[in-house]
Design a protein around this ligand. Structure first.
Ligand SMILES: NC(=O)c1ccc[n+]([C@@H]2O[C@H](COP(=O)([O-])OP(=O)(O)OC[C@H]3O[C@@H](n4cnc5c(N)ncnc54)[C@H](OP(=O)(O)O)[C@@H]3O)[C@@H](O)[C@H]2O)c1
Length: 180
């Protein structure tokens, strides 16, 4: 954990290197990522991939995503963004802005934005990599992954799978080729 102070504005100190940021998300074919504060599907393989990608790194999340977890994600630096950053949360560092979260990163790059929709929207313009689980059918839900400019990204890896219940999904990696 870092005790490196952010500036009083919550921005990284001037001249501080901005840590590399990646996004990891599972997205239905209609863009849905969540329902009623949780995930709309049960996909253990996706959780395994999420764990493998993020272990040993910082994970930055919005307050609602933090509340959807059973506690801090082990072996990761848990950073929660909320407008009520005065509230302590056991096992997580609580900050007021994404910039402040990035300034706190103390584990090796990349840092991962792990959602939800609100934080993805802010993280997308500064992310260098996208690790999506693209789920092959629509789901009902109340939060969606933000629209993003596909021409700013190049697909570099795709692994297609079918779950035991027939649900098709693919692990797809994109790297930024334009913007940010
Ligand atoms: N499929 C996936 O990969 C995936 C991943 C993650 C989450 N999810 C799902 O997404 C849903 C949660 O997403 P969500 O969009 O509702 O919430 P969220 O982004 O997790 O959290 C939103 C909250 O985070 C804080 N926040 C976000 N951006 C902020 C900023 N720039 N500055 C200050 N505070 C900020 C605010 O907290 P305060 O209100 O405390 O100020 C805001 O209300 C759940 O259903 C979850 O299961 C899905």
């Amino acid at each position: 954990m870092s005790d490196r102070p952010a500036s009083p504005t919550g921005q990284p100190p001037a001249g501080a290197p901005v840590p590399e940021l990646a996004i990891v998300a599972a997205v239905a074919s209609n863009g849905v990522i969540g329902v009623a504060g949780g995930l709309p599907w049960r996909l253990p393989d996706d959780l395994r991939r999420f764990r493998a990608l993020t272990r040993g790194h910082a994970v930055i999340m919005g307050r609602r995503t933090w509340e959807s977890l059973r506690g801090p994600l082990p072996d990761r630096q848990n950073i929660v963004v909320t407008s009520r950053a005065d509230r302590a949360s056991a096992g997580a560092e609580v900050v007021a802005t994404l910039a402040e979260a990035l300034a706190r990163v103390a584990m090796p790059p990349p840092a991962f934005c792990i959602g939800g929709a609100e934080l993805y929207r802010e993280a997308l313009p500064r992310a260098r990599a996208l690790h999506l689980t693209e789920i092959g059918r629509p789901f009902d839900g109340d939060v969606s992954f933000p629209a993003f400019a596909r021409d700013e990204w190049r697909e570099v890896a795709r692994e297609s799978h079918v779950a035991s219940d027939g649900l098709r999904y693919a692990f797809v990696d994109y790297v930024r080729v334009r913007g940010a």
